[in-house]
Design a protein around this ligand. Structure first.
Ligand SMILES: CC(C)(COP(=O)(O)OP(=O)(O)OC[C@H]1O[C@@H](n2cnc3c(N)ncnc32)[C@H](O)[C@@H]1OP(=O)(O)O)[C@@H](O)C(=O)NCCC(=O)NCCS
Length: 150
């Protein structure tokens, strides 16, 4: 167990949140997708995604409720991708997303991985720009191909 993940604690809404690097469960990740209004994939997709995750950071309220989360997918040497950074709506705007993102970036840097990528959700680019992320140029955009699950 990594009780604090080196991030100390953060008091939000009168609750002392603690951080850890333990994997969340597939239902926890599914409920976080739902909280963000994202498409909830089949349970097996979440199970496989979590087993292939490089590392993650979780923020939990007293009693263990997951209130913030972010994870990294990586080849371990060159590229790391930040995914699924989500703070529950009632805990947003109090610095929790910043604490999680800073922790993810620091751990990637400490691993010696030089490239950190992410896809900003609609309206979130400004949040990431505060931490030094920059959009790719219009003539060299990031691209992806998405297959809607059955
Ligand atoms: C994006 C998200 C993780 C930010 O977490 P948060 O805990 O609300 O963020 P913080 O309180 O740490 O905010 C840090 C700073 O970013 C700013 N910020 C937050 N969201 C922003 C946005 N969408 N655009 C611009 N700035 C933003 C805050 O105002 C704050 O600025 P300050 O330091 O000058 O006060 C959170 O809003 C969230 O979970 N959203 C739903 C899921 C989602 O879209 N995740 C992103 C996937 S790419």
């Amino acid at each position: 167990m990594d009780p604090e993940a080196g991030l100390g604690s953060l008091t939000v809404n009168g609750q002392v949140l603690t951080f850890d690097t333990q994997p969340v469960t597939p239902p926890e990740l599914a409920s976080f997708y739902a909280s963000a209004g994202w498409h909830v994939l089949p349970p097996e997709s979440f199970r496989r995604a979590l087993s292939g995750t490089y590392f993650s950071l979780s923020a939990r309220a007293p009693g263990g409720r997951l209130v913030g989360y972010g994870r990294v997918v990586s080849d371990g040497g060159i590229h790391a991708w930040i995914h699924d950074l989500i703070v529950l709506p009632e805990f947003q705007g109090r610095g929790l997303g910043s604490r999680l993102l800073t922790g993810l970036i620091e751990r990637i840097r400490n691993s010696g991985i030089p490239y950190i990528g992410l896809f900003a959700a609609k309206g979130r680019a400004g949040f990431y720009q505060k931490f030094g992320f920059a959009p790719r140029p219009d003539n060299g955009p990031g691209m992806f191909l998405y297959f809607q699950p059955d």
